[in-house]
Design a protein around this ligand. Structure first.
Ligand SMILES: CC(C)(COP(=O)(O)OP(=O)(O)OC[C@H]1O[C@@H](n2cnc3c(N)ncnc32)[C@H](O)[C@@H]1OP(=O)(O)O)[C@@H](O)C(=O)NCCC(=O)NCCS
Length: 154
């Protein structure tokens, strides 16, 4: 079963590992953490930022209780930008879809106004498929952090 919960300082190691995976940083608009110390400060700021919500995607079976990925919402007024990553070893099992579904449902209970946006690199086929399946609609193109992205909106 896939579930989500809010991230805490105890997820520092897991989030550092995922954010450092080359396949994640390649598709991300921000650089991977330069060091453990910088990641520690980054996470501490994010956890105390009222405009940020980080969810951990959890896989729970009779034999497994593991973190498989994260979902982050960064809000500016009514504009909520979502990003997601799943650990390389857990990809292709539908975990991003199930996790996103649960996280969006929870997030929208608290932020029922506004739109959720995803900025996706044009060659990120997995992400485009994921967001389409989640009923995000293609809104157009934009340039974010100097990079051309497709904008999907929910
Ligand atoms: C994008 C990402 C989160 C998807 O995670 P996942 O758990 O493997 O995704 P799911 O298994 O839920 O798959 C969702 C859909 O995408 C499709 N998909 C997954 N990987 C794919 C790939 N490499 N190429 C094409 N489609 C792919 C799946 O088939 C599924 O569609 P379907 O149900 O119609 O078959 C994961 O690949 C990842 O972490 N990538 C690196 C970080 C990233 O790109 N983040 C998004 C930035 S916007």
């Amino acid at each position: 079963m896939i579930g989500v919960r809010k991230a805490s300082a105890e997820d520092e190691e897991f989030l550092y590992r995922i954010r450092s995976q080359p396949s994640v940083s390649e598709m991300s608009l921000s650089a991977p953490p330069e060091s453990r110390e910088k990641h520690h400060r980054w996470l501490n700021n994010k956890l105390h930022d009222p405009n940020c919500a980080i969810y951990i995607i959890k896989l729970i079976t009779p034999d497994i209780n593991d973190c498989v990925g994260y979902i982050r919402f960064d809000s500016m007024q009514l504009n909520h930008v979502v990003s997601v990553a799943v650990d390389e070893k857990y990809r292709g099992y539908g975990y991003a879809f199930d996790g996103m579904y649960a996280a969006i449902t929870d997030f929208l209970h608290k932020h029922f106004k506004g739109r959720i946006r995803a900025y996706i690199k044009p060659d990120n086929k997995a992400s485009i498929k994921l967001f389409k399946k989640l009923a995000f609609k293609k809104y157009g193109k934009d340039t974010v952090e100097g990079q051309e992205v497709l904008v999907y909106v929910f």
